[in-house]
Design a binder for this molecule. Structure first.
Ligand code: PLP
Length: 425
């Protein structure tokens, strides 16, 4: 049996529309190679993970050295040096007074832990999240996920989760325009608190840029308005940086674009350049509201993943990858704006750094061009380019390459996208 046949028989892929028809054998920097030797420019990074590039030398070296010493001990039962070193580093690079990290293995696990911490600290039980948001596929994280297409046939969900219209300016819930709207969608938080909750809200949860929802990018002053309201009501600001963290958006953390200080910040994906690791970091007094027995994770803070993560963060800093992501993103967005003039199907180009969304529409009424999006992704794959596809309507092409992508790869990417748009009209 070959790989595809074994997948069909033994791997449960019933929950994905279609596994992309490529068997990936190896990868380096922003290039992925399949078993037939065909190379692809990777503009999806394994869903926004390998920000420092695939098989980054420094990360690989650190992981190999750690593997030779110790793979596992459970970093909550015994002390482990890489876990301590990484936690110290995260306290230095995260915004504000965030200080103590709890480590897990995946994004959903970390969000769920952060929700529990918020409940424990505030002694409240409700959450407010954004429509179109995505926070993971566990019970609690699906409960606060606003993108309902991800929730079908999984309910009933947790009570006490309420949703605020997303800052989706291209499809404004209130049919207003920024800045004339004076952030109606953020100000609505007051109404949601007053009419949809019973004065027991632990946290407002949000991604700084909504990744799976279609790279929905809030206006620059959005979180300032949100923070004003959450502070007035004693509600924690729980920021999900699972997809946006570690230089993806042109800053180490995307919330730095918005000048607010999260109470709890959640990390995963890009933290260790592909090694499974996640964490949530909080100010000391919040972190310490966990009491013995309240929380744990067997694999959390795994020494190999932590050693890889530390090397990864050092690489991001040494190479100024946040600046690189910002500059490369600016170049790509300017070029994509030119393509938008040429191709009517491009409704909007948005995002920050190397987290770019191209929303495809059929007409001036903005009918989502989702089947066309699929065809574009197929065309790109055939022509040696991996892109993502997402959004609440499935019509947003996602450009999220490793930040080490080079100029000629970006130009080639634009050329293939241009051809795909021409072909699919
Ligand atoms: N939060 C956000 C913003 C995400 O994009 C994701 C995954 O795509 C998650 C949480 C869940 O992470 P994981 O798939 O590692 O559980």
């Amino acid at each position: 049996m070959n790989t595809v046949e074994k997948y069909k028989k033994y791997v449960n892929t019933a929950m994905v529309d279609k596994v992309q028809p490529v068997i990936i054998e190896k990868a380096n920097a922003a290039t992925v190679t399949d078993t037939a030797g065909k190379q692809y420019i990777d503009c999806f990074s394994g869903i926004a993970v390998t920000n420092a590039g695939h098989c980054n030398e420094k990360v690989v070296e650190a992981a190999k050295a750690q593997i030779d010493k110790l793979i596992h001990c459970c970093s909550y039962v015994y002390y482990s040096q890489p876990t301590a070193d990484l936690a110290e580093k995260l306290a230095q690079i995260t915004p504000g007074r965030l200080q103590k990290t709890f480590f897990g293995s995946g994004g959903a696990e970390a969000i769920e832990g952060a929700m529990r911490l918020a409940k424990q600290f505030t002694e409240k039980t409700e959450f407010i999240a954004l429509q179109a948001s995505f926070h993971g596929r566990s019970y609690a994280t699906l409960s606060i996920t606003g993108n309902v297409s991800r929730k079908k046939r999984g309910g009933p969900y947790m009570v006490g989760c309420t949703f605020l219209p997303a800052p989706y300016c291209y499809r404004c819930f209130y049919e207003l325009k920024y800045p004339g709207c004076r952030l109606r969608c953020a100000r609505a938080l007051e109404d949601i608190i007053r009419f949809n909750t019973y004065d027991s809200v632990a946290a407002f949860v949000a991604e700084p840029i909504l990744g799976e929802g279609g790279i929905i990018t809030p206006p620059d002053d959005y979180f300032l308005e949100i923070e004003k309201i959450t502070k007035q009501h004693g509600i924690l600001l729980l920021i999900d940086e699972v997809q946006t963290g570690f230089c993806r958006t042109g800053k180490m953390f995307a919330i730095e674009h918005y000048q607010v200080e999260p109470d709890i910040l959640v990390m995963a994906k890009g933290i260790a350049d592909g090694f499974p690791l996640s964490g949530f970091i909080a100010r000391e007094e919040i972190a310490d509201s966990f009491k013995p027995g309240d929380h744990l994770s067997t694999f959390g803070g795994n020494p190999v993943s932590c050693a890889a993560a530390l090397a990864n963060v050092e690489f991001l800093e040494e190479q100024k990858l946040a600046d690189q992501a910002r500059k490369k993103g600016e170049f790509l967005k300017a070029q994509l704006e030119t393509l938008k003039v040429k191709h009517k199907m491009i409704g909007e180009v948005r995002g920050k750094g190397l987290m770019i969304g191209i929303e495809l529409v059929r007409d001036q009424q903005k009918t989502p061009a989702n089947t066309e999006g699929n065809k574009i992704r197929e065309f790109c794959l055939e022509h040696g380019l991996l892109v993502g596809l997402g959004g609440v309507f499935g019509n947003v092409v996602r450009i999220q390459p490793p930040a080490v992508i080079n100029q000629s790869q970006m130009e080639q990417m634009l050329k293939i996208l241009d051809q795909s748009l021409q072909k699919v009209v």
